[in-house]
Design a protein around this ligand. Structure first.
Ligand code: ATP
Length: 295
């Protein structure tokens, strides 16, 4: 059995996000096409005498200011250990590269990576149901992050279904303006009628066709996010103005937005332009990943 396991926690993108309704308990019923991109946090787990969590990396500070026992990495480790009837005797390191409260599922992706890493460290059979069983209680995005491939996300996050492959060449630029948005506040600010399901009728063969399909869909949380943080609207405008940008949209409940490009060269050029004009923004050119386990 390995004594150290590393797992990547990839950025999660909501390529479209429709709010279909609200349950009596207040949770929103969602329909989303979720994909994963190359920027990622790294979770490393090692056998140890007790549990510990160390956080490093460019976005460690906001998490170090919080109670580490509430961090999703800690909660995931303790939940999986409890489900397996064992002690969470692991030393975990989280390298935090993704902006916090950014709508790209940083915490959820970290929780899923922790479950994956511990499953390997503890020698679980790939069919062992324990990681998938504990995932929903850790957060709505944790099941889809555990799945780790392009997927439809439904219900309150408990429905995860493989989605068609993305078209070849599709690249992106991620931009976060340095403003965190609370998921709860953005949902509260949403108004207007509920949307219909936006599932794609078929796989798109090329970027133009895919972008046309996405353009007929929306992120229903983008307008309320812009109302709460107008800078998100500036990010969308700046992305849309870059050469080769086919679509600019917010992910999740914000504040991170993404632009879609037909080649990595276009995405790199756009990222360079955006960085030069907006030194305070987090800007990353990226590729989509077929499976987060490949990172
Ligand atoms: P989502 O897209 O899943 O709605 P998000 O990207 O908007 O999530 P996160 O970066 O996951 O937001 O952070 C939301 C809050 O979760 C943070 O403000 C923080 O208090 C808490 N949190 C707990 N553990 C983590 C973690 N490992 N990384 C980031 N945030 C965490």
């Amino acid at each position: 059995m390995p004594t150290l396991v590393r797992a990547a926690a990839a950025a999660k993108l909501n390529l479209y996000l429709h709010a279909l309704g609200r349950r009596d308990d207040g949770y929103h019923l969602l329909d989303s096409l979720v994909a994963f991109a190359s920027p990622h946090d790294v979770v490393t787990v090692r056998e140890s005498d007790g549990f510990s969590l160390e956080i490093t990396g460019p976005f460690a500070a906001p998490l170090l200011a919080e109670d580490l026992s509430r961090n999703l990495v800690t909660r995931a480790a303790r939940a999986l250990a409890a489900a397996l009837g064992r002690a969470p005797d692991v030393a975990v390191t989280l390298e935090k590269h993704l902006p916090v409260q950014g709508g790209i599922g940083g915490g959820s992706s970290d929780a899923a990576a922790t479950l994956r890493a511990l499953a390997a460290l503890w020698g679980l059979d790939p069919d062992d149901p324990a990681p998938a069983r504990v995932a929903p209680d850790l957060g709505a995005d944790v099941p889809v992050c555990l799945f780790g491939r392009t997927a439809y996300f439904g219900g309150v996050g408990e429905l995860v279904e493989q989605a068609p492959e993305l078209p070849p060449g599709l690249s992106l630029v991620l931009v976060n303006p340095g403003v965190g948005l609370s998921t709860k506040d953005v949902f509260k600010a949403r108004t207007g009628p509920w949307s219909q399901s936006g599932r794609l009728e078929r796989a798109a063969r090329e970027v133009g066709e895919f972008v046309a399909m996405l353009g007929a869909r929306d992120n229903d949380l983008m307008a309320p996010a812009i109302a709460l943080a107008p800078v998100v609207g500036q990010v969308i405008d700046a992305l849309a103005a870059t050469s080769g940008c086919h679509l600019a949209r917010m992910s999740g409940s914000g504040s991170t937005c993404f632009g879609l490009y037909a080649s990595r060269a276009d995405a790199d050029a756009a990222a360079k332009t955006l960085t030069a004009a907006n030194p305070g923004w987090w800007v990353a050119a990226a590729d989509f990943v077929r499976d987060v386990r490949d990172l």
